[in-house]
Design a protein around this ligand. Structure first.
Ligand SMILES: NC(=O)C1=CN([C@@H]2O[C@H](COP(=O)(O)OP(=O)(O)OC[C@H]3O[C@@H](n4cnc5c(N)ncnc54)[C@H](OP(=O)(O)O)[C@@H]3O)[C@@H](O)[C@H]2O)[C@H](O)CC1
Ligand SMILES: [K+]
Length: 481
């Protein structure tokens, strides 16, 4: 997916852009004409052997695009049949239909045949509920027949806002959308339901393609580079000292993975802070990573007098330990950056908002289950997208929230959000989260601002996974950083 504009729009924000373009010099039919022509060109390019174009037309402007597509394909010599409904009078879609009048058959009459391509122009940005029964049945018939689907703007049935289906939904082979990506194209399962994504320029001036909602794809325009800046004058303390808290002997491996990942990701020094009972086990494993015995809150407070300790990772393998809350508070009171992950998050299940009073940089890295434990009300609110859930969580805790998954969302309390879309599925492996926590810690130790640090870390984690072998373990992932 090669996209120049990395800004993401909700369908409502895109509608406002369309209206601004139309209030300016562009006409609605003009936009629709370019949209339809682009989809027809995509159909011809990607399905050169198509025998029949089945154009499913809805009542609104998505259907209007469908009538333009029908005209272009018919002119190119492709047999075209339209199913669906006529547009409402006096709309741009009615103009599109008038420009190529003809028969529109009932949706129930469509029977898939070999060589068909379904062009789905039923609903796009205006979808606001489950599709009616006759469309659900058609979706099922097409899926059973294996008929390929080219979706106009969005597969019908998919919310362009949340990326979640409102009910039955087309699974498209390809989706052609206009001017910019919508959030529903990149959030799961939307990203899978769209198939290949194509964003086409329909002439909306780029100065209008701005909005007040700072949601973007996670790419270098957000974080610069994924590697720390190392020049001839940089020494290890300049790149920051990262500390990873170890749990008890039995679960000490997780902290080692965070620590080794942090060292590889560019922290100048990394120390594992171990409870006395785990020191021997850690010593047997650690080489470049250093170790210190830290058994209680007093020992930590004392160590923090060393102001070179820049960032701390608390949680991986830490266990259900009452020390979590004390350690988090002591680190934050000392003004040091803190990454809370795994058991570090679970310990705060009912009290996470208490952390909001600390100004020191904080990054929380919950996966779906941890997010549910911390923010059950946000997960239960079906009206919210994953982006808005992450943003509300970030503002509640006054922290950066890295809401993990194959569509990781990084959100800041000020409303900035980035979605990472290029993580390979092999990242779903044991220890992968510990590795990410360590990379975030390194990125903070380097002195980056916390939102940029988290975005860079998520990108580097995905980049390392792409380089790692197919059946990688977390150790392979660390080696690939
Ligand atoms: N720059 C651009 O992005 C352009 C986009 N274009 C295309 O326009 C559509 C959006 O068009 P719009 O008319 O706003 O919306 P839809 O066509 O998606 O939906 C139309 C109406 O359908 C009804 N509706 C919604 N959901 C359902 C449902 N589940 N079942 C039945 N009916 C439904 C609803 O009307 P109601 O009054 O019945 O509620 C919708 O309003 C965009 O996607 C692009 O394809 C333009 O071509 C130009 C530029
Ligand atoms: K559609």
């Amino acid at each position: 997916m090669a996209i120049e504009n990395t800004r993401l729009f909700t369908p409502a924000a895109m509608g406002a852009v369309d209206r601004a373009a139309i209030d300016g010099s562009l006409s609605g039919p003009g936009l629709m004409e370019r949209a339809g022509a682009a989809v027809a060109a995509s159909a011809l390019e990607h399905w050169p052997g198509l025998k029949r174009a089945i154009i499913l037309c809805g009542p609104g402007n998505n259907g209007g695009d469908g009538h333009v597509i029908a005209r272009h394909l018919a002119r190119a010599g492709v047999p075209v049949e339209r199913f669906g409904m006529k547009p409402r009078e006096g709309t741009d879609a009615a103009w599109a239909f008038e420009s190529f009048p003809g028969v529109i058959a009932a949706l129930a009459d469509y029977r898939p045949e070999a060589g068909d391509l379904i062009i789905d122009a039923l609903f796009g940005a205006g979808l606001d509920r489950a599709v009616p029964d006759e469309i659900a049945k058609l979706i099922e018939r097409a899926a059973n027949a294996g008929t390929p689907v080219l979706a106009v703007d969005l597969p019908s049935g998919l919310s362009g806002y949340s990326g979640r289906p409102t009910g039955p939904c087309f699974r498209a082979d390809r989706t052609v959308t206009f001017a910019a990506l919508k959030t529903g194209h990149v959030l799961l399962p939307g990203r899978d339901l769209c198939g290949e994504l194509e964003v086409v320029d329909i002439g909306i001036p780029s100065r209008l393609l701005a909005n007040d909602d700072p949601v973007v794809l996670n790419d270098p325009s957000v974080y610069g580079t994924t590697s720390p800046a190392i020049d001839a004058s940089s020494h290890k303390y300049a790149r920051g000292h990262l500390v990873v808290f170890s749990g008890p002997l039995i679960s000490s491996g997780a902290s080692r993975m965070s620590a080794q990942a942090g060292l590889r990701a560019g922290a100048g020094l990394v120390t594992v802070a171990s409870p006395p009972g785990a020191v021997m086990a850690q010593s047997a494993h650690l080489t470049a990573v250093m170790q210190r015995s830290v058994g209680d809150a007093d020992a930590l407070s004392d160590w923090l007098k060393d102001d070179r300790l820049a960032a701390f990772v608390l949680g991986p393998g830490f266990g259900h330990n009452e020390l979590v809350k004390d350690y988090a508070r002591i680190v934050l009171e000392a003004g040091r950056a803190l990454v809370l992950d795994a058991d570090g998050l679970t310990a705060f299940a009912d009290t996470i908002a208490d952390l909001s009073s600390f100004d020191a940089p904080k990054v929380l890295t919950p996966h779906e289950g941890e997010f549910r434990r911390l923010f059950p009300d946000l997960l239960d609110d079906d009206a919210l997208s994953k982006i808005d859930r992450a943003r509300r969580a970030a503002s509640r805790v006054n922290a950066i929230v890295v809401y993990k998954g194959a569509d990781t969302v990084i959100a800041a309390p000020d409303g900035r959000a980035a979605i990472n879309c290029d993580a390979p599925s092999k990242l779903a492996t044991a220890g992968s989260g510990d590795v990410l926590a360590g990379i975030v810690g390194a990125s903070l130790a380097n002195g980056r601002p916390p939102f940029e640090a988290a975005c860079a870390a998520v990108a580097l984690h995905a980049e390392a996974a792409r380089r790692a072998p197919d059946h990688m373990t977390a150790e392979d992932l660390i080696a690939a950083i």
